[in-house]
Design a protein around this ligand. Structure first.
Ligand SMILES: Cc1ncc(COP(=O)(O)O)c(C=O)c1O
Length: 446
């Protein structure tokens, strides 16, 4: 396949430095792996934390003021400052720091006035946290197909539409923007709000506008493999003052603390007593850490982008893989490299890459219960056979079964990227050779 170029902005490919002996025999078959050192990932400590960030967290710890609501004026607390800085960064009227991305999304839904029991559409390709947040808000997830590029398929949403769907959650999954033009147009026709699960895309833009600012509210996470990392945490952004006020109370702003979130001290809620309190707040230590990291976010985003564009540029011409395409030039973060291979080959391809020293997973694997594939959300499908669940979204099933997913830490060096390129080329070449043999002898490898 030669139709896999993804972006005009990618640099011109030059061949990586491939050692001939490493290229011949796959590590899967006993050959030398492309690399022996572990692939850098957040859970092995490959994260961007600077000494200034550590100092900021230590200052908050030494203050002994860990709770966001205390005797200080709000503008002197880390949480309120973090929220003000997020408003500047996103150009949003309001931001609320939360305990996680899941709670940020659930709070946005709960605060929007959508009734418990209502259906909310979301794609079949997302982390299980998306349907979980919908459940947490008391609503019912209504799954729709992802398209070939793993974006929410707006045509399928139109085909499946029922007036019982009261909102849509779009997910900018693996950092790639959904098709917001088409989706917002459709949502407008139906008169329902769009929430953005922008958790995997913190800092990414679509046509010059930050993801998370297109819908009624955008939810983000600051868990460790996100663009801002406080271990756990999150936030939501919105321009809707009533939604924001309600979400703030729900997150745990009791006994008038809501007033601290409005510069004039006048929230658009007559009382805060009509909403339950869920304690989904952020604390001062994490907010201090995140404020410091936010200063260097542009550097981290540039690193994601540089690594992604380099890898995608190097592999753009490779036969046998089809690189995921963005909905517009540059509409991705670059935190993961996803490509599709021929049907029935992705599980083997990912395994072969792992043996070469590159962490890779087949998103729709039969053996590895990847929680990003909808059929593994058994909490939604109690008593149903997996085959029947898969058949409910046949396209998403097919695309995930063909997809190979490789995490791209912003800490990757050029040598790491070259290893990835070399390994993908090596495995693809082996597959092509095997298929050629199989065609002539009817004996297949994978
Ligand atoms: C798409 C998506 N939504 C929501 C979440 C949940 O974020 P958190 O772990 O902060 O609750 C994740 C977590 O990775 C995610 O990938």
């Amino acid at each position: 396949m030669a139709d896999n170029v993804i972006d005009d902005s990618t640099s011109a490919p030059t061949a990586p430095d491939t050692q001939p002996d490493r290229a011949v025999r796959l590590a899967l078959d006993g050959g030398d792996p492309v690399r022996r050192t572990p692939w850098p990932t957040y859970d092995r400590g490959a994260v961007c934390v600077h000494p200034e960030d550590e100092e900021a967290a230590l200052r908050a710890i030494r203050s002994h003021l860990f709770f966001r609501y205390d005797h200080r004026p709000p503008q002197e607390t880390e949480c309120a400052r973090f929220e003000a800085e997020l408003c500047d960064y996103f150009g949003s009227a309001h931001a609320l720091a939360t305990s996680s991305g899941t709670t940020a999304l659930a709070l946005a839904i709960m605060a929007s006035g959508i009734e418990p029991g209502d259906l909310i559409a979301c794609p079949g390709f997302t982390f299980a946290a998306t349907p979980s947040a919908i459940l947490l808000a008391g609503c019912t997830p209504f799954l729709v197909e992802a398209d070939e590029n793993l974006h929410l398929d707006v045509d399928d949403l139109r085909r499946r539409w029922t007036p019982r769907i009261r909102a849509i959650v779009v997910v900018h999954m693996r950092g790639f923007a959904g098709d917001m033009d088409a989706l917002l147009r459709f949502a407008d026709e139906q008169g329902v709000p769009v929430f953005e699960d922008a958790v995997p895309a913190l800092g990414a833009e679509l046509n010059g506008r930050k993801l998370g600012t297109f819908g009624l509210a955008g939810a983000f996470s600051t868990q460790s493999d996100k663009s801002l990392n406080s271990g756990e945490g999150g936030f939501l952004v919105t321009d809707d003052s009533t939604l924001f006020a309600r979400a703030t109370v729900l997150s745990g702003a009791y006994e008038g603390r809501l007033r601290r979130h409005f510069s004039d001290g006048r929230p658009p809620l007559a009382t805060d007593l009509e909403l339950p309190l869920y304690s989904f707040r952020m604390d001062e230590i994490r907010a201090a850490l995140l404020r410091s990291e936010l200063e260097r976010l542009p550097l981290r985003l540039a690193a994601f982008r540089e690594n992604y564009d380099y890898v995608a540029g190097q592999l753009a011409d490779l036969d046998g893989i089809r690189i995921r395409r963005p909905v517009a030039p540059g509409a991705y973060l670059g935190e993961a490299f996803i490509f599709q291979v021929a049907e029935g080959r992705a599980q083997w391809f990912a395994r072969a890459l792992c043996q070469e020293g590159i962490e890779a997973r087949n998103l729709g694997s039969d053996t590895d219960h990847n929680i990003r594939a909808f059929w593994n959300w058994r909490f939604l499908f109690r008593g149903k056979e997996t085959a029947a669940v898969k058949a409910s979204l046949p396209n998403t099933t097919r695309y995930l079964q063909r997809a190979v997913d490789i995490p791209l830490s912003s800490t990757l060096s050029r040598a790491d990227c070259d290893d990835l390129v070399t390994a993908v080329r090596k495995v693809a070449a082996a597959l092509t050779a095997t298929e050629a043999d199989a065609n002539s002898s009817c004996a297949g490898r994978p």
